[in-house]
Design a protein around this ligand. Structure first.
Ligand code: BGC
Length: 460
């Protein structure tokens, strides 16, 4: 249609881009589902296989983040060799494999192996999907598309909590896990029909294919400009791992690594993974009471993430982190105090309110912002490796927290455990004040120029 206006073309492109984002975000949904499903099923798995010791329970829980760390390590290679789209399809096959192992597990060892394999898929896709989204979306909608991935994670967590509730009376933990087959298949089959990343195609010298992909995603008038921009960005000498540490790129590694570390040291997954256990301690009635409480938490997580999506390009990343980190510190102090007996013998109500404020504060700030910064700050030639390291920091610290939380809580008391998270978040706030640049409304080229012009991290 030669007479089609640029704006109607752009509109059609947006619908297509939105469809791609939804399909790719299935990976986020699975990430969240695998995070959330364990909190409701752990009790039944333990009963089924006669697991009584805390250590084995912690291993069952942390098998996903351990697998994910490995997946994140492989993601840079896989995104380069196989390409972004094929790697996402591969991760869907791995998701299906891992899920099948858990669903048909005949021993606790099989459950752990299945969860390790699921984790591999989560780690692979949690780096490659944001990368794919960043590469197929035009700058105007890039932030929103990446935050959509975080939104999918929270919807996945909430779905898991709802499924946990649905099966709590029957204790059918196999069915809880089996639901994950649906988004896994949708992801794999859906991605077959989605375009490859034009950037990867150019990287592999397939200019004609790259051009035809760009035509589907951008108004005709913008295609050659886009093509040129990618070619310029690819003309940089390719980056090696050690360049990340021997040049000023190390500042970006420091920034994104530390943000992901603080994301995990806020205690988010201690709360999410062990919500029913924690609530039982706060006096909620039985496993069911705990699961209901976790549904309330999961809903708040989705709602607050929507608030974050809305605000991030209006008020900026730094302000969100100031407000969010302060909210985390205050709510963790109150939560710790409620468990330490400061509010009498039945602290459920105060504990629940503190947890909700905590989740809200996390979701508008440390939930989405590290993912956005990780995809924004690295120059294109270093993006894959830089993102892989940041992502590995997230999974590494996730393991440290989730694998030790129960033992730590038993050793020093639940109140002190929550106060420790408040302490880490004070450090996070200081880090943001001193080092984090504001990337709202900033072109990526400008950030790169400032980096090489020798500016301080804070002023990039
Ligand atoms: C974090 C996850 C966490 C989730 C909660 C993500 O950004 O990386 O570890 O479980 O947010 O919404």
């Amino acid at each position: 249609m030669p007479n089609k206006s640029v704006s109607s073309e752009a509109h059609e492109n947006y619908i297509f881009i939105f469809t791609i984002s939804i399909i790719a975000a299935m990976a986020g949904l699975l990430f969240g589902y695998d995070t959330g499903v364990i909190s409701g099923s752990l009790h039944f798995i333990s009963t089924h296989f006669f697991v009584k010791d805390t250590r084995t329970q912690e291993i069952i829980v942390s098998a996903v983040p351990i697998g994910a760390l490995l997946g994140a390590l492989l993601s840079s290679k896989s995104s380069f060799l196989l390409g972004r789209r094929a790697s996402i399809i591969l991760s869907s096959v791995v998701f299906i494999l891992g899920t099948a192992l858990v669903v048909f597990a005949a021993s606790v060892g099989m459950v752990i192996t299945g969860r390790l394999i699921m984790g591999l898929a989560v780690g692979l896709s949690s780096m490659i999907v944001p990368m794919y989204l960043a590469e197929i979306t035009p700058p105007r909608v890039r932030g929103t598309a990446i935050f959509l991935f975080q939104l999918a994670i929270t919807i996945g967590i909430l779905s898991a909590f709802l499924v946990n509730y649905f099966y709590v009376d029957s204790g059918n933990w196999r069915a809880m896990f089996a639901i994950a087959f649906i988004p896994s298949v949708l992801l794999g089959v859906g991605m077959i029909f989605m375009p490859m990343s034009a950037r990867w195609l150019l990287l592999k010298g397939r200019k004609k294919d790259a051009k035809s992909v760009l035509k589907k995603l951008h108004p005709r008038a913008e295609v050659s400009k886009e093509l040129k921009e990618i070619e310029v960005s690819l003309s940089h000498p390719s980056c090696r791992w050690r360049d990340l540490f021997e040049t000023r790129l190390v500042l970006l590694v420091f920034l994104t690594f530390t943000l992901f570390a603080f994301q995990q040291l806020s205690g988010i997954n201690a709360v999410l993974y062990y919500a029913p256990t924690v609530f039982a301690k706060a006096g909620f009635a039985g496993v069911k009471g705990g699961i209901i409480a976790s549904i309330i938490i999961g809903s708040m997580n989705v709602f607050a993430t929507l608030v974050g999506v809305w605000l991030v390009d209006i008020v900026g990343r730094r302000l969100l982190l100031y407000v969010g980190a302060s909210g985390i510190i205050i709510s963790m102090l109150v939560l710790g105090a409620s468990f330490a007996g400061f509010f009498g013998k039945q602290p459920e109500a105060i504990a629940l309110i503190a947890i909700l404020v905590f989740i809200f504060s996390f979701a508008i700030s440390l939930g989405g912002v590290p993912w956005i910064l990780m995809s924004e700050v690295f120059p294109l030639h270093a993006r894959g490796m830089g993102m892989a390291i940041a992502n590995m920091a997230g999974w590494g610290f996730n393991i440290i927290v989730s694998a030790n939380f129960l033992s730590y809580m038993n050793a020093i008391g639940i109140g002190n455990a929550f106060w420790t998270f408040a302490g880490f978040t004070v450090l996070c706030l200081l880090f943001v004040i001193l080092f984090m640049p504001e990337t709202k409304n900033r072109s990526l080229d400008e950030i790169e120029l400032n980096l090489y012009a020798g500016k301080r991290l804070r002023d990039l």
